[in-house]
Design a protein around this ligand. Structure first.
Ligand SMILES: Cc1cc2nc3c(=O)[nH]c(=O)nc-3n(C[C@H](O)[C@H](O)[C@H](O)COP(=O)(O)OP(=O)(O)OC[C@H]3O[C@@H](n4cnc5c(N)ncnc54)[C@H](O)[C@@H]3O)c2cc1C
Length: 508
C-alpha cells in the first residue's frame, strides 16, 4: 500500500493550546510530534503530580480536568502521535525551506541528555508564558515568590510556600493562586488587587453582552469568591504590597492603597505579618522561539496571527498565551484552530468553524483582562534607590539612574551592558520588561494606562539560546561534518551562531 506521506506537524508545548493543537492536527490526518520540557503533560493550567506519585484528589485542584484527561488519553492512543516529554527545545534555526528545532531530551539538569533535531513540515508554537513580577523594596528576600511559582509548587508538589501568605499583584490569576494555597494548608492573609473598583468595572463591564460566551468563567469566579468567603480571606482592590521586610526571610510586608495610576497614596501604608508573599502582575509570553523563527509581533509584544493562527512566517502557527493572555479556554480554542490549519485541514468544516468562533469570543476575554488588570505606570513611585531591579545581577534602581546620567543613554542595550541588568542567569526573563519600561518612561510613572509595552520594542525577549544549556551537552554534539541520521529526528551539529551565544552573556 502506498500514498502521500502525511504532513509532519511538530507542536512545542503540551499545555491547553499545545494539546488541543496536537489533537486537532492528528484528527486532520497529520503525523504529530509533541515536545514539552516538562515530564508530564498539561502545561501550567493542568500542572499535576506525576504518575509515579498520583493524587486521589487531583481533579479538585483543576478546572476542566476531564478535558485534560480526554486530550491526553487520545494523544497517547493515537498511532500517528508521538509525545516526547522532558524535551527542551533550546534553539530554533531558520532554514531555506523551514525551520530546525534543536532539542535536548532528558531530565532538565541531568548530564548526557539526548540531542535531537526536528525539521517539521509545519510547526505549532504553544510555549505559554511566564508570570511577571514588578520589583518592590525587599522583593529579593527569601519568602517572596512569583504567584506562578507558588501555584506551581501547590499544584505540582502539594507544597505551600508559607504558613501565612499574602497574595498580591494584578489579574484574575490571583484568585486560583489563593485557592491553591488554601487547599495546601496555608493561611491566606489577604488578596490585594492593584486596580481599584473603578478600573475593574470599566474594564469588565464595558459592552457586557460580549461576555455572554464566557459564562464558564463566571462560574469559576463564583467558586473562588465562595472559597475566599468561607476562609474569611479579604479581597482588597486598589492595594499593593509596596515593600517586604525581614531579617534574612520575609517577616512582614507593607501594603498601601494605590490611586488609579498605581501611585501609592501617602499615609495609607500598613504593615502585615506574613512569612511569604505570592506576587503576580500579569504574564509575559515566551517569545524566544517565535522571535528566532522571525515571527512578527504586535506592539504589545505578542505573536501576530491571522484567523487560522498562522504567523507571518510560512509553516509556523502559534496558539495560547503566545498570542495574548486569555486563559485556558482561549488557549484550547486557539490550539484547535492552529492544529487543524497546520495539518492542512479544512477550517470551514462545521466543527472547525465552531472552534474558530469560540476562539474569537475568547480573544474578547483577553482584551478585558488587559483593560481591567493591566499594569499602570505609577508603580515606579514605590521604588527606592536601593531597590533591586535585576535580581540575578543585583542591579538597583539607583544604579540604573546613575548609569543613565553617566552615559546619557536610555537605550536598553547600552544600559544593560553598563549596569549588567538583565545579563544574569535568567537572561532578563524576570527584569527585561521592567527595565525597558523604566527606561522608556524615564521613571516618571507618567506612562498612559494600557498595554505596558507599546511602541517599538528593543528586543529584551530575544534569547537565541532559549534556556541555559550545559556546556557538556553542547560539547557532546557531533562535529558539523557529521551526517544526519534521519532528517526528521536525528543527532545534528550545533549551529555556530548558537554556540557563540551560549558561551557568552546574551545581549540583544
Ligand atoms: C507558572 C504559571 C502557573 C499558572 N497557573 C494557572 C492556573 O493555575 N490557573 C489558570 O487559570 N491559569 C494559570 N496560568 C495561566 C496559564 O498559563 C494559562 O491559562 C494556560 O495554561 C495557557 O495555556 P498555554 O497552552 O498557552 O500555555 P502553558 O499551559 O503554559 O503550556 C506551555 C507549555 O510549553 C512548554 N514549553 C515552553 N517552552 C518550551 C520549550 N522551549 N521547549 C519545550 N517545551 C516548552 C512548557 O513546559 C509548558 O508545558 C499559569 C501561568 C503560569 C506562568
Amino acid at each position: 500500500m502506498s500514498g502521500a506521506p502525511s504532513r509532519h506537524v511538530v507542536v512545542v508545548g503540551a499545555g491547553p493550546a499545545g494539546l488541543a493543537a496536537a489533537h486537532a492536527a492528528a484528527r486532520a490526518g497529520a503525523r504529530v510530534t509533541v515536545l514539552d520540557s516538562a515530564d508530564v503533560l498539561g502545561g501550567q493550567y493542568w500542572r499535576h503530580l506525576p504518575a509515579s506519585r498520583p493524587a486521589a484528589n487531583e481533579r479538585v485542584l483543576h478546572h476542566k480536568w476531564g478535558t485534560y484527561r480526554e486530550l491526553a488519553r487520545a494523544l497517547h492512543a493515537h498511532p500517528a502521535v508521538t509525545v516526547v516529554p522532558s524535551a527542551q527545545v533550546w534553539s530554533l534555526e531558520r532554514l531555506d525551506d523551514g525551520v530546525r528545532l534543536n532539542v535536548l531530551v532528558g531530565e532538565p539538569d541531568a548530564a548526557g541528555r539526548e540531542a535531537r533535531t526536528f525539521e517539521p513540515d509545519a510547526l505549532v508554537l504553544a510555549p505559554g508564558a511566564h508570570d511577571r513580577t514588578l520589583p518592590f523594596p525587599g522583593w529579593q528576600l527569601p519568602g517572596v515568590y512569583s504567584a506562578g511559582a507558588a501555584q506551581a509548587l501547590a499544584k505540582g508538589e502539594r507544597v505551600a510556600v508559607g504558613r501565612r501568605v499574602v497574595v498580591a499583584g494584578a489579574g484574575p490569576f490571583l484568585l486560583p493562586v489563593a485557592s491553591s494555597l488554601l487547599r495546601t494548608g496555608a493561611a491566606v492573609v489577604g488578596v490585594h488587587e492593584a486596580n481599584g473598583l473603578g478600573s475593574l468595572a470599566r474594564g469588565w463591564l464595558d459592552r457586557p453582552w460580549e461576555l455572554v460566551g464566557a459564562a464558564g468563567k463566571a462560574g469559576e469566579l463564583a467558586g473562588y469568591v465562595r472559597e475566599l468567603v468561607r476562609h474569611r480571606v479579604p479581597w482588597r482592590p486598589g492595594e499593593a504590597v509596596v515593600a517586604a521586610h525581614g531579617d534574612g526571610q520575609v517577616e512582614a510586608v507593607t501594603i498601601a492603597r494605590l490611586d488609579p495610576r498605581w501611585t501609592p497614596v501617602p499615609g495609607t501604608e500598613r504593615q502585615v505579618e506574613a512569612d511569604a508573599v505570592a506576587v503576580s502582575h500579569g504574564f509575559t509570553p515566551r517569545l524566544e522561539l517565535a522571535i528566532a523563527a522571525g515571527c512578527a509581533l504586535t506592539p504589545a509584544r505578542f505573536v501576530v496571527v491571522d484567523a487560522a493562527q498562522a504567523t507571518s512566517v510560512p509553516g509556523v502557527w502559534a496558539a495560547g498565551e503566545l498570542t495574548g493572555i486569555g486563559g485556558a479556554d482561549a488557549a484550547l480554542a486557539e490550539g484547535a484552530v492552529a492544529g487543524t490549519a497546520a495539518a492542512g485541514g479544512d477550517l470551514r468544516a462545521a466543527g472547525a468553524a465552531r472552534t474558530a468562533r469560540a476562539r474569537d469570543r475568547s480573544r474578547g476575554f483577553a482584551a478585558r483582562i488587559e483593560a481591567a488588570h493591566g499594569i499602570r505606570g505609577g508603580w515606579v513611585h514605590w521604588l527606592r534607590d536601593d531597590t533591586v531591579v535585576c535580581r540575578c545581577e543585583e542591579t538597583t534602581y539607583g544604579r540604573l539612574r546613575e548609569v543613565v546620567d553617566l552615559t546619557g543613554s536610555r537605550e536598553t542595550r547600552s544600559v544593560k551592558l553598563t549596569s549588567r541588568a538583565g545579563l544574569g542567569p535568567c537572561q532578563a526573563r524576570m527584569c527585561g520588561r521592567t527595565l525597558q519600561e523604566l527606561l522608556d518612561d524615564g521613571g516618571s510613572g507618567a506612562g498612559a494606562p494600557g498595554p505596558a509595552c507599546e511602541g517599538p520594542a528593543p528586543g529584551v525577549d530575544r534569547r537565541p539560546v532559549v534556556v541555559p544549556v550545559r556546556l557538556g551537552d553542547l560539547a557532546a554534539l557531533p562535529a558539523p561534518s557529521a551526517s544526519p541520521l534521519d532528517p526528521s529526528s536525528s543527532m545534528t551539529s550545533l549551529p555556530t551562531t548558537s554556540l557563540s551565544a551560549a558561551s557568552q552573556p546574551q545581549e540583544t
